[in-house]
Write a protein that binds this ligand. Sequence first.
Ligand code: SF4
Ligand code: SF4
Length: 405
Amino acid sequence: MTEHSDRKNRRQFIVGGLSGLALAGLAPGRLGAAEAVPNPDPDIVIRKLGATGLELPLVSMGVMNADNPNLVAAALDSGIKMLDTAHYYQRGRNEEMVGEVIKDRSRDGFVVATKARASTVDRSEVQDSNKATRESEESFIQKVELSLERLHTDYVDILYLHSCKSREDALDEMALSAMQTLKKQGKIRHIGVSTHSNQAEVIEAALESGVYEVVLTAYNFQTKNREELERAMERAAAKGLGVVAMKTQAGVFWDKERTQPIPMKAALRWALRQDYVHTAIPGFTTFDQLEDDLLVMKEPTLTTEEAASLETQEKLAGLYCQQCGTCLDQCPADLDIPVLMRGYMYAHGYRNLLSAKDVVNGLGRGDLPCATCESCSVNCPQDFDVRERALDVARIGQVPDDFLV
Ligand code: SF4
Ligand code: SF4
């Protein structure tokens, strides 16, 4: 949904009733002031982020899909404290936008988290993952320094090693050493790891490392085999790690036509129902969604009706790929199907077309082999028609950037 089609624009959000002022308990003159909210509404539920010393409202902002600085500013003005971005989101423009919003605010009033990968695949100039190389410790540090420049800040509160899929990824010696150096230099406050697949294994590795302080994990009501993941999250929290949930909205819509939205408040409450989830980073892109998330920040209890409704819906295919990897050995053409399905969700669920294009072209496969495959041998437990989805999203690879931004 674009800014223009959002029921509430920034102005309406500020002067409107329930949202913004009422929730934040602020005097009108404070909104738009060049500082963060010093005294959030006492009704906002706060949890400690493990042993980091940070205390955060239940709801933070995943900025990845947002391109409206007014929305980010409104989130901070309404009591949201943490903004979550990454080096590669929108080819660096996402960090730049966050930097513009926070540059004149009191640095103590917000928390900013970003992410960097151990390979060069998140650099804007590398569009093909086959051409990516491993970062050296020096180049990893330079990458993070570029993030600080874009963000107009001397330090980030959390730096995540981005998108780890295995124990080996999480225990990458170069990255661990570089992040510890950055911490000693005062350029990052806390070291974290983010994961969308094999999350339990990555979280256990984070515990084993003795270095990580925060884990950011995909977690939603559609998560399969969630008992193992929940045990790992609980263990991490008990050992003093901060636990942050992402992908809580599971693709935002059930259908590619975007006629059936995921019940946003219920999905967010579901993820927050465990007290070992310290905060969540829903990727809201409209003022309406912000308003919903602000309500959850004050009233997080999942109702019986909401729980029952999610239970009946959790087995629907939807747009969210669990990144379970079951399909990987099933395709004779060795296609990285989880990556393509992620691109499909970016395109249709998030309407983040540039990221979808980057994901598709990042495969470096040119025309997809699916076009000439007589039948698809992949059996996805989520019931995705993999061939149909792959061919659908592959079309975006040829669309010029200026149509997408
Ligand atoms: S496409 Fe299906 S099998 Fe493959 S990672 Fe996604 S959910 Fe798992
Ligand atoms: S149609 Fe299925 S089996 Fe054929 S290349 Fe595509 S994903 Fe692989």
